[in-house]
Design a protein. Sequence first.
Length: 260
Amino acid sequence: MDAATLARHLETHLRVATFPVGIRSLAPGEPLPPKAKRPRQELHAQLAVCQSIGLARRYGWTTAFAGEDVSCPIAKAAFGFEERIPYYTEGSLAAGMYASCQEAGRAFEEALPRFAHREVAAVAVGPLSRIAFEPETVVVYGNPAQVLRLVNAALYERGGSFKTEFTGRGDCTDIVIRTRQSREPQLILPCYGDRVFGLAADDEMAFTFPFAQADRFVAGLEGTSRGGVRYPIPAYFLRVQAEMPPAYVELERRWREGEK
């Protein structure tokens, strides 16, 4: 299944408001996708990773970012674009903001998934329906009911449950790095930065899965749909007789009694 076909299936079953996004981490020497925009060169700005994902899902743009294109120091360190020097690893960025002390801040940085220094040269992101590269990872933003459908699809074949991790910060590392390294779907709680810079809405969550599992997810969406699990979720109340106000009930009584 190619990326465009997967996008059509996702849009049919989920009806999300923004484009599903394809992501690929590029090894040193691997060429950038054709026509991919470099933020610093073409937008004359450094962007947070969540902004590049936002451009893909809201504008339909394909971007490719390396270290010089990224504004967020957490992402630069986690993506291996810069060295993880002691000032970072000791927890200085989180202490006093997300963490009560530097020790707690250190635990935050240790919890983030990461690439080795210069393990990847750049990361390409673009709308799944028209990217010119084969993605490693797919990310879909939606409301909780739409994301629930992806959870249903993930578990359709095997049942049970899957586990995911949250730190409340650096969700770009969960989206790109954790999914790539674990080769497992991830439920994503958009972090504060994604909401401030990437424009993730209050009612949005996200879900990622490896592109290699595309057939499995489509089968899961189709199978659960046949079973009656769909979006929009049908409200049972539409099939139940509503209780009317007393005056309306009185009018019905008078009609039944033949009042003229």
